[in-house]
Design a protein around this ligand. Structure first.
Ligand SMILES: *[C@@H]1O[C@H](CO)[C@@H](O)[C@H](O)[C@H]1NC(C)=O
Ligand SMILES: *[C@@H]1O[C@H](CO)[C@@H](O)[C@H](O)[C@H]1NC(C)=O
Ligand SMILES: *[C@@H]1O[C@H](CO)[C@@H](O)[C@H](O)[C@H]1NC(C)=O
Length: 512
């Protein structure tokens, strides 16, 4: 039985109440740019574009995934690049070895501006009142946002690099980086490692792998463009897909607005046959298994597939596995489907545990709908998310290489039978839902605010314009050191003079 369902449901009612915002005085046209081939990022954007479209604004979305909205005020322009399709056929562990951003983004910057649809949209870019960019892979579309107002959505949540660009430099003494593996107060060595994880990737990225590669390609198409890093610094606002309930609380600028879990919504009824199958599991309940939209079940190496199949055979639960294609050798309690209504499943009282890769959206949905997790991180921020799940007690995290049949059965049984996971999930869910305005309303408000105030320069923190030397007051420190040094020299001079005088006087005394 799900704990505290009533109080969570009460909060859900608050969550879904919309319309606190007065209707807009004018309607705008807004361009959204999502140069990313996974569907998950579009899922983050869609609640904002739908809310804006409901308010009468015209929204155009440039994406790399098939159209999904039927809203009359939303136009989706979908484009593909010939060799980007190879990404979808990668084995899931290729993601850990390939530096995706560094390999694919320069190629994207080279190819995308040859696509007629993209070229046409580029020419029309100044007709829009605002451009919204997906920060995660957004560097390739910075040519669009030169000389216009734009905001970003940080789909991966708080990114220290983005925060630094806006003038809010987060200290590695406590702030996790995207690749961080620590939670809670850090020891000396952890702080040292965390500092490295903050500084090294951003140096690599800025001066070595990513930016120079993208920059080179972009300058081929747009020779007069200012450096991408300068364009990046000119963003008016960042909507961040994070919430303090499910990350480390961090200081924010007025231009950094948390809209985490914006895409989470109250559950809808399940398709009838699925509902019947789930209820058929009885009191044992159901295990839901999905590795997200990028790493598909099919891309899982076969030794792991065998381990899972054997573990599931031993479970008294039924197992719902999001898997593309035919799965050989599955026991009777396993049901396979290539697409499943994830949020509606997670909200179902019979779904006891979610086996996930620990993608941020999956984590948010699971906590929002109070379902404990077993996280098996694959790449990117998933290790960090797994650490959060483990340390906050909403589930467990396992490394792929420690997976055995016994271990999977033991850990799943622990999560299902021990009520503490469910209780922790309910507590954190209640905190996540307990907000004055919904994340969607905040996103709408701040988007319109930036348009109303013509880029809202009043939000900009002056720190964004400082060099490192100025920001860290290194020049002050030098001056201070210099003054100290001079003082010391002066004192030494004085002491010498005094002692010379004294000893001189003493010598004189002796001779007389
Ligand atoms: C679309 O926008 C128009 C105004 O531009 C508005 O009147 C209409 O209600 C919007 N449509 C929907 C379905 O919200
Ligand atoms: C994509 O194709 C172009 C040629 O059409 C090639 O030059 C480029 O290296 C390819 N990019 C990747 C990432 O494979
Ligand atoms: C910076 O942003 C402002 C408004 O947001 C815009 O008017 C200006 O042209 C932008 N500058 C560059 C270099 O993009």
């Amino acid at each position: 039985m799900k704990v505290c369902v009533a109080c969570v449901l009460a909060a859900a009612l608050v969550w879904s109440v919309a319309g606190l915002l007065p209707p807009p005085q004018k309607t705008y046209s807004i361009l959204m740019l999502l140069p990313y081939w996974g569907k998950s990022h579009r899922n983050v954007f869609m609640p904002l574009s739908e809310a804006l479209a409901d308010r009468g604004h015209k929204v155009v979305m440039l994406t790399m995934v098939p159209e999904s909205s039927t809203h009359p005020n939303i136009t989706e322009i979908s484009f593909t690049l010939p060799n980007m399709t190879s990404l979808t056929s990668l084995s899931m562990f290729d993601f850990t070895t390939t530096s995706l951003r560094a390999t694919y983004m320069p190629a994207m910057a080279r190819e995308m501006y040859k696509v007629p649809l993209v070229k046409k949209l580029y020419k029309e870019r100044k007709q829009f009142d605002l451009i919204v960019v997906d920060y995660t892979f957004g560097q390739v579309v910075y040519p669009f946002v030169h000389d216009v107002s734009y905001i970003t959505i940080a789909t991966m949540g708080m990114e220290p690099f983005l925060s630094g660009v806006m003038g809010n430099v987060l200290s590695p003494s406590y702030a996790p980086s995207l690749w961080s593996v620590y939670v809670g107060p850090l020891s000396f060595w952890q702080r040292l490692h965390n500092t490295f994880l903050h500084i090294w990737p951003s140096i690599l990225w800025k001066y070595w792998t990513l930016m120079p590669g993208v920059q080179r390609e972009v300058w081929q198409h747009f020779p007069d463009l200012p450096p991408l890093l300068d364009i990046e610094r000119n963003q008016s606002l960042a909507l961040m897909n994070s919430h303090f309930s499910i990350t480390t609380p961090m200081p924010l600028l007025p231009s950094q607005v948390e809209v985490g879990a914006m895409h989470c919504r109250p559950a809808k009824p399940l398709p009838q046959d699925l509902e019947a199958w789930i209820t058929g599991a009885g009191s044992a309940g159901v295990v839901y298994f999905s590795l997200g939209s990028i790493a598909s079940g099919k891309s899982m190496p076969s030794q792991y597939r065998q381990v899972f199949l054997e573990a599931f055979r031993r479970l008294p639960q039924r197992v719902l596995w999001k898997y593309e294609g035919k799965l050989e050798g599955a026991s009777d309690n396993v049901r396979v489907s290539s697409w499943l209504p994830q949020q509606d499943l997670l909200a179902h009282p019979s779904v006891k545990v979610f086996i996930s890769h620990g993608g941020l959206l999956s984590l948010q949905e699971s906590i929002f709908h109070v379902t404990p997790l077993l996280v098996l991180p694959i790449f990117g921020d998933q290790t960090r998310n797994g650490m959060f799940v483990d340390s906050s007690g909403v589930g467990r995290a396992l490394m792929w290489k420690e997976l055995t049949v016994d271990r999977i059965v033991d850990v799943l049984t622990d999560i299902i039978t021990n009520p503490r996971y469910q209780e922790n999930a309910a507590r954190i869910s209640a905190s996540l839902r307990d907000q004055l305005t919904t994340p969607q309303e905040r996103a709408v408000f701040w988007t319109e605010y930036v348009i109303r105030h013509r880029g809202a320069p009043q939000l900009r923190c002056p720190a964004a314009q400082l060099t490192w030397v100025e920001f860290l007051l290194l020049d002050m420190a030098c001056l201070l050191l210099l003054v100290l040094l001079l003082l010391l020299l002066l004192i030494r001079r004085l002491l010498r003079a005094i002692s010379a005088k004294l000893s001189g006087g003493y010598a004189k005394q002796k001779t007389t």
